[in-house]
Design a protein around this ligand. Structure first.
Ligand SMILES: Cc1ncc(COP(=O)(O)O)c(C=O)c1O
Length: 412
């Protein structure tokens, strides 16, 4: 019997994060200790002031405008102006249930092809598939900090053919590499030369360890969409609050995106939008500095204790990921490698193939958030004094998992 589900939808596989969680659960049931290095969730508490606003607004039940609460859009417009120097007016801001939905709407509306640097987040390609947009992977290298060079991008654009509409997706700090892009200007020049659009996924940009907010929109504002939200810097992934900023020149997109929003989720839940006004009203700098300092200390701990002649790895620069590469010929692909590591050590990670890499590359994504962020945060009074002792005390699973992984790699 032929399937009643569309072929392209049947082709979508279950997210690999879920698959690794299933495997981990099975092992936990068998009594094995698992180190959750496969999960990409902020462990920190949502700032108290923002939670308070959510409570105060819980009684609100009316639908808000499709595009979102004007006051919230104004705050986001200011937030982007302060960080990027660009004016994304409130008419060009759309509030979405998570930035993931914002990106999906772009894929549905956009008529063209998508360039995704590998490594790229697991959902970019499936979303492009849902939107029937062809994907062109753009390989990147450790030596270039896992971002494409201007030349790489130009070569890719030429190979696709000049006449196509193109969107390049950029994500910095990057999931899965934990790297920060340092060549936005060069990429912007090439993008401009060929008139391609940029989707700048800035969900982790507030978690840049140098405390700088860098965005390609500083160099190419006229054609850069920005997505962001509360999920990562503010620890509120489950609140589902994201946004999309559309450049003035591309305002025609907003009309279509609004129609798509109105025919799907209608608008984001009302209490969260009111609470988010608080999230974007002040810069919550003390909170962010502490969060970044903890992540940087934990990330550096993993990096320094894992790096060896068997494990190649670049230093952490933002977000909460590292991307180790295991020097090895024993395993056929990175999924087999991750399975073996999980079975032998209890460390759960995701294979590099989930992020667009050739499966033969022995790359994995390691998330170093398996610790009680509430405790760590509470006990961090001074962000300058987070030393190894504190990492050991408040992130014992990360420390233990790193030791297991590092010992395992010695036998490769
Ligand atoms: C790179 C990247 N972009 C976007 C998202 C989506 O975040 P949200 O939909 O929660 O805003 C995530 C979440 O894991 C991510 O890792």
């Amino acid at each position: 019997m032929s399937s009643k589900v569309k072929k392209k939808i049947l082709g979508l596989k279950e997210s690999s994060t879920l698959a690794i969680n299933e495997k981990s659960k099975e092992l936990i049931l068998k009594g094995k200790k698992i180190y959750q290095f496969g999960f990409g969730q902020s462990p920190f508490p949502v700032p108290e002031k923002i939670v308070k606003k959510l409570k105060e607004n819980a009684h609100r039940k009316e639908y808000l405008p499709i595009q979102g609460l004007p006051e919230l859009r104004k705050k986001i417009s200011n937030y982007l102006f302060e960080r990027t120097g660009n004016n994304y007016p409130i008419e060009n801001i759309l509030i979405t249930p998570g930035s993931k939905e914002a990106m999906l709407l772009i894929h549905i509306a956009f008529d063209g092809d998508i360039i995704i640097p590998a490594p790229g987040w697991v959902s970019y390609k499936p979303q492009a598939d849902i939107g029937s947009n062809k994907v062109h992977w753009l390989e990147t290298y450790r030596s270039n900090n896992w971002f494409p060079s201007g030349k790489d991008l130009e070569k890719k654009i030429k190979s696709i053919g000049k006449r196509k509409n193109l969107i390049l997706i950029l994500n910095s700090p990057n999931n899965p590499s934990g790297s920060v892009c340092d060549n936005f200007q060069e990429l912007a020049q090439v993008a401009k030369k060929y008139g391609i659009l940029i989707l700048s996924d800035e969900i982790y940009t507030d978690l840049t360890f140098t405390n700088e907010y860098n965005s390609i929109s500083k160099f190419y504002p006229e054609s850069t969409f920005i997505t962001g939200g509360l999920s990562k810097w503010c620890g509120a992934g489950g609140w589902r609050l994201g946004f999309l900023a559309v450049p003035k020149k591309l305002s025609e997109f907003m009309k279509s995106l609004k129609s798509l929003a109105s025919e799907s989720y209608s608008t984001v839940n009302t209490p969260t939008q009111y609470a988010s006004v608080e999230a974007y009203s002040s810069n919550h700098e003390i909170y962010k500095i502490k969060v970044r300092a903890i992540l940087k200390a934990v990330g550096n701990y993993v990096y320094s204790n894992l790096k060896s002649n068997k494990v190649l790895i670049n230093p952490p620069q933002g977000a909460f990921y590292l991307m180790p590469e295991f020097k090895n010929k024993k395993f056929k692909n990175s999924t087999q490698l991750c399975d073996a590591i999980l079975n032998d050590t209890g460390v759960a990670m995701l294979p590099g193939s989930d992020f667009g890499f050739n499966p033969k590359k022995m790359l994995t994504r390691l998330s170093y958030t398996d610790f009680d962020g509430i405790e760590f945060f509470k006990n961090t009074s001074d962000h300058k004094t987070i030393d190894v002792k504190m990492v050991k005390r408040y992130a014992p699973n990360v420390v233990e998992g790193t030791t297991k992984l590092s010992n395992w790699a010695k036998n490769l």
